[in-house]
Design a protein around this ligand. Sequence first.
Ligand code: ANZ
Ligand code: ZN
Length: 825
Amino acid sequence: ERSYSFKELEAKWMPVWEDLQVFKPLDDGSKERRYVLDMFPYPSGDLHMGHAEAFAMADVVARYWKLRGYDVLHPIGWDSFGLPAENAAIKNNAHPSEWTYANIETQAESFKRFAIASDWSRRLHTSDPEYYKWTQWIFQQLHKAGLAYRKDHPVNWCPKDQTVLANEQVVGGLCERCGTEVTKKTLNQWYFKITEYAEELLADMEGLHGHWPERVLAMQNNWIGKSTGATVRFQIKEQGAQAGKDVTVYTTRPDTLYGATFMVVAADAALAEELVAPEHAAELDAYREQLSHLSDIDRLSTERKKTGVYLGRTAINPLSGEEIPVWASDYVLADYGTGMIMAVPAHDDRDIEFAAAMDLPIRMVVDTGEEDPAVSKVATMGDGVLVNSGPLNGLPKDEAIAKAIELLGEAGTGEAATNYRLRDWLISRQRFWGTPIPVVHCDDCGEVLVPEAQLPVTLPEDMRGEDLAPKGQSPLAANDDWKNVPCPQCGGAAVRDTDTMDTFVDSSWYFLRYIDPNNDEKIFDSAEVNKWGPVDQYVGGVEHAILHLLYSRFLTKVLHDLKLIDFDEPFSALLNQGQVLNGGKAMSKSLGNGVDLGEQLDLYGVDAIRLTMVFASPPEDDIDWADVSPGASVKFLNRAWRLAADLNAAGVGPDVDYSQGATALRQATHKTVDEAARLLDSQRFNVVIARTMELVNTTRKQIDSGAGVTDPAVHEAVTVVAQLLSLVAPYTAEEMWELLGYEPSVATSSWLEVDPALLVEDTITAVAQVKGKVRDRFEVSPNISEEELEALALASANVQRAIGDKGVRMIINRAPKLINIVPNN
Ligand code: ANZ
Ligand code: ZN
């Protein structure tokens, strides 16, 4: 007799699928297209449990849609530029490509073994010149559109990694990668003007509600950080040689103008230097020097004691005419709003701390019913009625805001304004293993784009080991052969830009390239991309809730505006799969609780591991590997497989007439299919597996209870079991499919058409008792006859065992719910 061996099945079916190119889309328009995508992996070592979990979830969607008759695109590739490859190269005196491509091969083999339903012919790697050529092309399109520019800017600098860090890469003042304290350094850097799209990025989230996790939308919303208020111009009082100049502040609370008792300019802003009176200049300089060591996060921390420098100037309040002192401090940021504020200590936390530290006046202008902040030293921020505010007195806060804006407008000293916390995207990196910025700097012509015909600007292949070590500038800057080129415009001596792009640029458009990955004439064929895009279902970790998703949304909008694509949001639906934990904690080297994916696959097989992951919880929840039982999954798969094996042994094939099958089992089968569709559409994958398990049990009972394996309803039920299992356990399902007498592949089979007549009635559970004691249960039709129920009960092995050799004295038949058999004494 045959037995179930996952090892044999894995070896048997993978080559067949590759041969049949099961997951290559038809792409001929004969079927409706669906695009499902996992966030592509970074090639650090082999696949881990987290990859497996994410890819298992996306695969359920891909395989389900295929069964439902869609033409499914589910590509795979690698996000293969980045720092770890460079660090490995420095350590091993190698080129980063060696480590990168070796790891990609390892991962690719693992993905294939893991039976990811991908079209491998579309595979891409962002570090391939064929790919990054188009990343460079995108840079140039942004440049031409005025959306890529350079500026001198104090940037977050990691002194250990010797690189610039984006704000997001500074966590609690420390470098996200190495934990070193971040400092500031002024560099000339490339930026993408994402701020130009702030409003659109915000507004278009409207359409994503219900399709993206709410918390991701909330995080994007906060990151964009829209606020509304007013800009207000104050006049600096004439002093000696210093003429009276205007300064502008941004405030969300123009209603509190009469409570402004001082002004504060960001100490590191150029404006601070402009404003400072000569006798205070030295003090300001010293303060700025200290400041260069602080991160923005520290600066904004409410824990730190407020510090600052009086600039020796006085400003005039445009509404009240009051004269107030001008200070510089680090708690005002140079690059938010206008870099200067009117301080209203009575109603702002940070201002009141500063006022307390510098002994500046506090004046309540909004009466909230709480204690006067001048007394309590606690700012009140709620709604209330205006006091001490001239023409605003008596108005509630909202009306006072409107009135203040109106008065400022009349006086020509201010107007309503909107502000965003979102900053432009700093894309320059002083690292080697990234996409080179396709620009040449010429003394005569300035910034010149490398002509399109000369793209890609490739990375040199002869740099390795120490050549790549960070030295405070890009390693490429030390490579004269690479760097020195004739100016594309005037032919004179010029140098290449030696920075590379943030790897988030590479990953912000890869989903488009998958649609036309081998195009060497264009970034992609727009018509093709419009057929498949946008991605119908994106799957990935919540750690990408902000940056990757925001950058992808931004670039999609830019490409849309450049008329390259006709949609302007990249991902119609997003699923954040949970994490795989062990012992309730994330797996980590330091905790020593890591679970090796390869070992798990060797022990239990791919199908059982995938099944375990999908069955453990709803896809968005974490899984604790300490709580699951892959061994039980193996047993279940064995039981399911056995059904098909039994049918095969009995010679039952798909040619049987299902309409002749036992009604109760047919109802159970059709009900399962009907419910599974709804569950899969709402991503309750774990429940689908529970239902599949129930159908396996019901089918086995039906076989055992009389009609036997030849009942046509059994073949129908097992066909459905194989299809549902194919979503998570493709090897087992494919083998079952063959045992059922079908041609491969189950993945390309069609979803059972539900017969509504079989859905009308639910099955009910009939109980079989022997002498009043429950011995068995069956799922039966509520219309089951007394004879049928009796036959079912007497065929039960459990019932027979209880009767033993005594013979039956009496049967009390209460079909459909109960049958009680009383044996002879
Ligand atoms: C006066 C005022 C009174 C303010 C009050 C608040 C409460 P959001 O919502 O974040 O936009 N601000 C403006 N520019 C700043 C900068 N560069 N650095 C630090 N703080 C700055 O907040 C805007 C508010 O933050 C502004 O409104 C300003 O303080 C402060 F009862 O102005 B407010
Ligand atoms: Zn030139």
